[in-house]
Design a protein around this ligand. Sequence first.
Ligand SMILES: [Zn+2]
Length: 474
Amino acid sequence: MKYEVVIGLEIHAELSTESKVFCGCATTFGAEPNTNVCPVCLGMPGALPVLNKKAVEYIVRAGLALNCEIANYSKMDRKNYFYPDLPKAYQISQFDLPFCKAGYLDIEVDGLMRRIGITRIHLEEDAGKLVHTPGGTLVDYNRSSMPLIEIVSEPDMRSAKEAVEYAKAIRNILLYAKVSNCKMQEGVLRFDANVSVRPKGSQTYGTRTEIKNLSSFKMLQKAIDYEYQRQVSMVEKGEEIHQQTLRWNETGNCIIALRSKEDAHDYRYFPDPDLLPVILSDEFIEDVKHKMPQMPDEKKKMYIEEFQLSEYDAQVLTANSELCAFYEEILQDYDEPKTAANWVNVELMALLNQNDMLVEELAFSAGNMAQLLKNIQSGKISGKMGKGVLSEMFETGKSPEEIISAKGLSQISDTAELEKIIDKVLAENPASVADYQAGKEKAIGFLVGQVMKATKGAANPQSVNEILREKLKK
Ligand SMILES: [Zn+2]
């Protein structure tokens, strides 16, 4: 029998507010353990939480970016459980009245558009962090009460690849909306995957398991693939799948059962009596909408209409917010958007892909890239030389000026010098000259090539072309 995997994702993203969600403590990453703390986020008796307005603005922005309905009336609830990283023994979260619901995100997978439903987005506080050492387990409360949003999808994904594409697209949207820095290596973005299997064509869902706390796209992919195989082999053996919470073990490449899955009622949710319900006026929501940063679809449209980029180039650039930001920074110093897009999408992308690197890891700035393109634009160096300079910039982080002067690169634009070389090439290739003069337009390409060869690529091809045509008229 053929099986199909059904996946829903819960994505946790830390918001990039300056202070925590219910107190004034700083949210800076990497501070000395237990220094960004106060009685509120340490859960001291009698300390009272105050909701961070910026966090509300950010979750509304995320909701609007993900096509959600924004609630005018919302409230905070207590989710009760005990764990050493949770000093109050409850987490402030949202139960039945989240800020955002009923949204969606369109993604493209293997050339097909897929719409993934977003059930809800709610606001909650993060827990502290346990640090396991040989001497025992330590706890750092710096992360306690950091603002988190949880984006819950519908079970709309049908492959691990689709889940990864969706997670990447969510990350991209959050970056464009400027509500989270989404740094995976700092745990700012984390995924829980709900996975079940069913016979292909079936309309009912199988029993699902939940794999907690996946912190990279690779882990997400591997964990889902593994869980799918595990469930299929259980079903085939006639075994029953239990609703369970699982953990992906990265070193062992396997899944470990944590506990049997709890239901919402196990947490005894109730409205937090220390926090008032949140009433958002239509004016507030409109205002957030009005101040929204430009989202990828808008940018794409602008690139096509104003910059005359191809649909493909616009798509590649906007599908990655860091790449897009880099591209726009180049344009601050360089005024040919089409040429810049070409260099970013072709030359720069090739270097990044070959080295398995991200644009934010580049050793040189967008300003350097603009400088390089200006050198080509002015004819100081040829495009071909530019490619060499770019790969050296990539390796060393040096500025294009440094590389060009150290290597003594410069294009021969000096007409007198070029004419000498061209005369020689014409004298050596009488057959091509005759062909061209007999109307074979193509022959000029060969002659240009010969001149470029003779100058080791240092001639300006446009000048060569012009001088050749002039000389061949005679
Ligand atoms: Zn605090």
